[in-house]
Design a binder for this molecule. Structure first.
Ligand SMILES: [Zn+2]
Length: 123
């Protein structure tokens, strides 16, 4: 599983889409959900907009769009004073197992700045 590693290495955002996301059921052109298709169906035509789709290519586009939609939903649209946290959401188009806590990405721990000094008591 190198998707996340490759993405972070290139400074890309990595977003996981739901494993049950119906990427092969949705028309990537108009968004019409056409329903599940048997695996041997490699090409299909959208009932709504009549666009001819390659199954895998269409699914890839849908996953890309879904990832972007998720990013847009998590990222603050107007950066305010409280929006300084980096977005840590990630897109996974691999469809393989995801093991949390096994990420090679280094975690940065916030350093304590401006620590209050205890007043020294005398007496
Ligand atoms: Zn369509």
């Amino acid at each position: 599983m190198f998707c996340e590693y490759k993405a972070t290495r290139r400074g890309r955002k990595f977003v996981k889409v739901a494993r049950d996301f119906p990427s092969s059921q949705i028309c990537s052109d108009c968004g019409f959900r056409d329903g599940p298709k048997p695996l041997h169906i490699r090409e299909w035509t959208c009932d709504n907009c009549n666009t001819r789709h390659d199954r895998d290519w269409n699914a890839g586009r849908n996953i890309k769009y879904e990832g972007r939609r998720m990013l847009a939903a998590t990222a603050p649209s107007t950066p305010g004073p409280g929006a300084r946290r980096p977005v840590t959401a990630t897109v996974n188009a691999c469809g393989a197992h995801v093991r949390p806590g096994n990420s090679p990405a280094a975690r940065t721990t916030p350093t304590l700045v401006g620590r209050k000094q205890e007043p020294t008591r005398s007496g």
